[in-house]
Design a protein around this ligand. Structure first.
Ligand SMILES: *[C@@H]1O[C@H](CO)[C@@H](O)[C@H](O)[C@H]1NC(C)=O
Ligand SMILES: *[C@@H]1O[C@H](CO)[C@@H](O)[C@H](O)[C@H]1NC(C)=O
Ligand SMILES: *[C@@H]1O[C@H](CO)[C@@H](O)[C@H](O)[C@H]1NC(C)=O
Length: 252
C-alpha cells in the first residue's frame, strides 16, 4: 500500500517537474477579462507589464534575459531574389527589447490567436558574421565583426494559439508566429569585408548605408523569420509554464 502511494507521489512529483509550471498568480501578470469591453486596453497594459519584467529574465521558467538578448547563432540561407546570401551570425547580442512599447494586444475570443502591435525606438545587433552572397546588386564576401542599428521599428505579430487543458489549468499552446515589420532607419557596419581590402570594405559599407531603405526591404524576409523564431521560443517558454487563467480570468 505504502509502495503504491510512494509510486503515486513520485509520479505527481515527476509531473510537477516535467511541467515546471507556475501555479500561483505571479505579481507581474495582470489578469484581464476577455468578455468585458475593456479587454483590449487591459491586455495591452498587461503585455506591457510583461515587457517591463522580462528584460531581466525569469529563472523560474528558464527564461533568459531579453535585454540584452544573447543568441549563440543565427543561420541565414536565402536563395533567389534581391538578396542571395549564405550567412551566419554568431555570438549575437541584441539590445533594445527592454524599451518595447506595446501599442495593442488583442486575443480572439474564439480562436485564442494573439494579435500584437509593438513599437521599438531602437534595436541594435552585434555579432560575428560570415557572409557569401549578394545584397542588392553587389557581391559581398567577408567574415568578422558587424553591427546593425535599426530605429523606429513597428512590429505586428500574429501568434497561432490553441487553448488546452492540463491538470487544473488552461494553457495557451503557441503553435507559430507570423511577423511583419517596418523600420524608420538603418545603420550598419560589416568589418573585414573582402579579406580586409580596406578601400573596398569602406565603399561597400558606405553604399549599404546610403541605400539603407532597399537594403532593409531586401533583408526583411530574413529578419522576419529570425524575429519569428526568437518570438516563438520566448512565447512558448512563457505560456507553457504560466497558466492562461492568470492572464485571462474568464476563459470557458
Ligand atoms: C486602460 O487600462 C489601464 C490599466 O488596466 C487603466 O488604468 C486605464 O484606466 C484604462 N483606460 C481606459 C480608457 O479604459
Ligand atoms: C564566440 O565567443 C566564444 C567565446 O567568447 C569564442 O570562443 C568563439 O570563437 C566566438 N565565435 C565566433 C564565431 O567569433
Ligand atoms: C548557399 O549555399 C547553398 C547550399 O549550401 C548553395 O547551393 C548556394 O550556391 C550558396 N549560395 C551562395 C550565394 O553562396
Amino acid at each position: 500500500m505504502s509502495n503504491v502511494f510512494g509510486l503515486f507521489a513520485a509520479f505527481l512529483l515527476n509531473l510537477h517537474i516535467v511541467f515546471g509550471i507556475i501555479d500561483k498568480q505571479p505579481e507581474f501578470v495582470q489578469t484581464c477579462k476577455i468578455k468585458t469591453p475593456d479587454f483590449v486596453n487591459c491586455s495591452t497594459h498587461a503585455v506591457q507589464g510583461l515587457f517591463h519584467r522580462f528584460p531581466k529574465g525569469l529563472p523560474e521558467i528558464d527564461l533568459q534575459p531579453l535585454d540584452p538578448l544573447e543568441v549563440p547563432v543565427i543561420k541565414i540561407l536565402q536563395g533567389d531574389g534581391p538578396v542571395n546570401v549564405n550567412a551566419s551570425l554568431a555570438n549575437v547580442t541584441v539590445v533594445g527589447f527592454g524599451k518595447t512599447k506595446v501599442l495593442e494586444n488583442f486575443v480572439d475570443a474564439k480562436t485564442h490567436d494573439f494579435y500584437t502591435r509593438l513599437h521599438l525606438p531602437t534595436l541594435r545587433i552585434d555579432g560575428q558574421y560570415v557572409l557569401l552572397g549578394r545584397i542588392l546588386v553587389i557581391p559581398i564576401r567577408g567574415h568578422g565583426s558587424c553591427w546593425f542599428e535599426a530605429s523606429d521599428l513597428d512590429i505586428f505579430v500574429k501568434s497561432d494559439v490553441d487553448l488546452i487543458k492540463k491538470e487544473d489549468f488552461h494553457f495557451f499552446d503557441v503553435k507559430s508566429c507570423h511577423v511583419k515589420f517596418s523600420i524608420g532607419g538603418l545603420r550598419l557596419y560589416m568589418g573585414n569585408l573582402f579579406d580586409g581590402i580596406k578601400a573596398l570594405e569602406r565603399s561597400t559599407n558606405e553604399y549599404l548605408n546610403a541605400n539603407w531603405r532597399p537594403v532593409a526591404e531586401s533583408l526583411n524576409p530574413i529578419l522576419s523569420k529570425t524575429i519569428e523564431d526568437i518570438m516563438l521560443e520566448i512565447l512558448k517558454k512563457v505560456f507553457d509554464n504560466i497558466p492562461a487563467d492568470f492572464f485571462i480570468g474568464d476563459l470557458d
